[in-house]
Design a protein around this ligand. Structure first.
Ligand code: TRP
Length: 359
């Protein structure tokens, strides 16, 4: 069975965008029994931006709680916390020594995080020093100079996450495909230099379109604050969706018709509603038969219907935090075993085998 690996940062309580974009897919993959699935809460990735130390444990716990409440079954996959398996860091150093600076400089996410370059340059292959904002190589280097190097080598750690388990399949969103390609390059480079240890890696894109936030303008995101949490109460969901969400601007008045294909609420209907409701919303919007409020209310009800069982399970689980920690510890134990084996093999291939590593 091929091994599947994916990870998410512990951002605290997950939002609906995380659920439809990633978690729902993880659950289906674990249920399908097609792969040996490993899911990781990547806390070592999360420390590349400043954070409140008091909150980290809670963020990790909440992430695990959300996974399990949403239906990720620990009997059918391994769930663990990255920092519990130290081998990721060991492998990451080895991989850093095989990764050209230039390739890391081309990582879109790094460029975005550091320089916030405009969208149009994201796909370019050559290093781009930000010409459109008056940048050149020197100014790139001086601006990037203040960035911590963890943010820079972030994708190398991600490669180590995957390859410590010889993962072959990586379900991710569009924005992570480049990192998976880097992982494949690193594996190939390692194999060429030291002998065949690592498999070829592929990303597995989910078909769900990315979910926009309440503002209808940007991808749903906790940092923007345009999100709905998985654990949010039904009234709050109803309130935010009916009062705070942005619908088609053409519908200024009740009798102004709209264009559903250009309305974010319609996009939400397509994600959460039944076929009949989707048709109802499209037709009602185009003909101005229904108002935006009605349409929003219906989608809020659909979201709540999906969240009801998740909220219920969450309450149950939250009452027994030890169960959650047990699941994470067991996951880590299994993963540590696999990762140690990979590292032993890796060290041996590199001629580092004479001195036994600590076990
Ligand atoms: N970088 C990923 C993200 O930001 C999270 C991640 C870390 C990951 N390690 C991974 C995803 C390994 C897939 C495989 O979403």
């Amino acid at each position: 069975m091929k091994r599947l690996f994916s990870g998410m940062q512990p951002t605290g309580a997950l939002h609906l965008g995380n659920y439809v974009g990633a978690l729902k897919n993880w659950i289906a993959l674990a249920e399908s029994g097609t792969y040996d699935c490993i899911f990781c809460i990547v806390d070592y990735h999360a420390i590349t931006i400043p954070y409140d130390t008091e909150m980290m444990e809670k963020r990790v716990f909440e992430a695990a709680l959300d996974y399990l409440s949403a239906g990720l079954d620990p009997e059918k996959c391994s769930i663990f916390v990255q920092s519990q398996v130290i081998e990721h860091l060991e492998l990451s150093w080895i991989f850093a020594s095989l990764t050209p600076l230039g390739q890391l400089m081309r990582m879109t996410q790094f460029k975005q995080k550091t320089l916030q370059w405009s969208e149009k340059d994201q796909d370019e292959d050559e290093p781009n020093w930000g010409e459109e904002i008056g940048g050149d190589r020197d100014s790139f280097l001086s601006r990037a100079g203040g960035i911590n190097s963890g943010l820079f080598t972030y994708p190398v750690l991600q490669a180590a996450d995957i390859l410590a388990y010889k993962g072959e399949v990586v379900p991710v969103g569009e924005d992570q495909v480049q990192h998976v390609e880097l992982t494949r390059d690193i594996a190939r480079r390692f194999n060429n230099r030291y002998g065949n240890v690592f498999p070829s890696v592929e990303s597995l894109l989910s078909h769900t379109p990315r979910m926009m936030g309440l503002d209808a303008d940007q991808k749903m995101s906790k940092s923007i604050g345009n999100h709905l949490e998985l654990s949010e109460g039904p009234e709050s969901i109803l309130h935010k969706v009916t009062r705070e969400s942005v619908s088609d601007a053409r519908r200024q008045r009740r009798k102004d018709p709209g264009v559903p294909e250009e309305c974010n609420l319609y996009a939400w209907h397509k994600i959460f509603s039944t076929e009949e409701d989707v048709a109802w919303a499209a037709e009602g919007c185009r003909t101005a038969d229904i108002g935006c409020f009605e349409c929003k209310k219906r989608v809020a009800e659909r979201i709540n219907a999906i969240l009801d069982p998740i909220r219920e399970k969450r309450q149950e689980l939250a009452a027994h935090p030890d169960t959650i920690y047990d699941i994470l510890n067991q996951g880590a134990m299994r993963c540590r075993g696999i990762a140690r084996e990979t590292l032993d093999e890796t060290r041996a291939a590199m001629g580092l085998k004479k001195l036994a590593p600590f076990k």
